[in-house]
Design a binder for this molecule. Sequence first.
Ligand SMILES: Cc1cc2nc3c(=O)[nH]c(=O)nc-3n(C[C@H](O)[C@H](O)[C@H](O)COP(=O)(O)OP(=O)(O)OC[C@H]3O[C@@H](n4cnc5c(N)ncnc54)[C@H](O)[C@@H]3O)c2cc1C
Length: 529
Amino acid sequence: MNYDYIIVGGGSAGCAVANRLSENKDNNVLLIEAGKSGHPLSRLPVSFAMLIDNPNVNWRYRSTPEKGTSNREIPIPRGKLLGGSSAINGLVYVRGQKLDYDIWSQMGNRGWSFEDVQPFFKKLENYQNGCKEVRGNSGPVKITEVTERNPIYNALFETGKSMGIPINKDYNSDDQEGFGYTQTTIFKGERMSAKVAYLDPIKSRKNLSILTNCLVSKIIIENKKAKGVEYIKNDRKEKIFADKEIVICGGAINSPQILELSGVGNRHILSKIGINTIHELKGVGENLRDHIGPRLVYKVIKPGLSYNEKARGFNLIKQIFNYVFKKDGFLILPSAPVLGFFKTKPELASPDIQAHFIPYRVVLKNGKRLLGNDPGITCTINQNRPDSQGNIHVKSQNPKEYPEIKYKFLSKSSDQECLVNGVKLIRKIMNSSKVQEFCGQEVQPGKEFKSNENILQFIRDKAETLYHPSGTCKMGNDEMSVVDNKLKVHGIKNLRVADASIMPTLISGNTNGPCMMIGERCADFILND
Ligand SMILES: Cc1cc2nc3c(=O)[nH]c(=O)nc-3n(C[C@H](O)[C@H](O)[C@H](O)COP(=O)(O)OP(=O)(O)OC[C@H]3O[C@@H](n4cnc5c(N)ncnc54)[C@H](O)[C@@H]3O)c2cc1C
């Protein structure tokens, strides 16, 4: 049987595309997902900590060790189930700054300025606390704000005020700057993954078929026209065809991999592993960007404020009780209940760093992150729009073999400078008299890391990603771009890419919301074509 549309990958963007294309009964749509249909823990918000390395629902990629990050392998978790990474992520909802999208537009991508993308953010959002002109309140993705309160958060806000940092009631409105309670993809104590938002409510649609546990091994391309996909199920290869279009939504690691396996990429790279180049696009797999984030850890000296105490031993039972009966407490927290978007230099037009404040500290035991015994608070910071760019390329023709991922983190001096300044700014906030009423000494990196060189070395030694890989099938018109402004793959008919990989530059924030927006935008392009 032929479908009209085949969507490869049921993640943040793929679920949105599948929903919108199948709204029209006349469209026969197939969604193919490599992973399972779900995981029993995924609905529980705190599952982000439990599924972060779970091979049943996670691709568990690793970066190639590189000098710039002290020859470490950096873990790159990616969701491998319906909902994709939105089903295992930290549930923080951020749109990014107006400037992020205006930059995309200024790079030549007509239709992607903030003014252009805002209606699609509004379309996906169901957020009841925002200004109606700016925020959506009836979309499929229910967004709520953290209600947990803690005197440390007040101390942070007060300190911010004294430093000229505002409290921002809605960092997803026109101005991102300031401290704010996190907006989350959590509703009534449960995770709102893209699957929950976009697929669960339309189970009865007969014109949407979903295949799970099917790994797409390549796009079938004839005469530079995408015809169908080849996939592997139970070790058997199958083929399935699309009369209209194929949309690749495999995410920033897998989408370039699928293109390369299909013969679309840099001829030089493909020929080395014996793949015949059907169409040369030098940019496939290039322009990899991600948020690298050092974690600063402080002691908490006032009892009862940190989840290191509030969620251990008997207190954990209390938290479980809270969850079951009140849908409250530790188990419904996102990865960070308070966010900050700050300028490391006052002259900047908009914030250049994001900070996640997390009311506990974790320790590494046998490679696993566990809640530590000692009460603490963690602050992770990242540069909003990093300049360093790495790449992802297949190592063989085997679709099951993981690609090589080189981040080249901190290779640009602008990134180094921004993060070092960021660490200094967070120290200023954390060492303020108000915060020090509750928090004690810096545990990581520790006060001996004073000079810029030492701070940079700490970042190189310890920083991890915030799990936002993007940019590897860049949208644009230059030689290194892969898709055009309607997300069509340059030079190949009936083939689009829609996911984090199309971002020409990284946005200022967490990437789930922007990926769902990209899915919404892609469906709109297809339906209006
Ligand atoms: C641990 C973690 C925490 C995060 N925390 C946050 C957060 O708090 N807030 C936030 O906004 N963002 C967060 N992110 C990032 C965000 O979730 C992702 O950027 C976003 O979900 C990516 O969407 P996507 O559509 O590009 O890809 P994905 O959602 O990753 O979807 C890709 C899908 O394609 C499938 N697929 C891939 N290859 C194939 C193939 N060959 N055949 C068939 N199917 C295939 C995958 O299994 C997956 O389901 C986090 C991510 C992770 C991993």
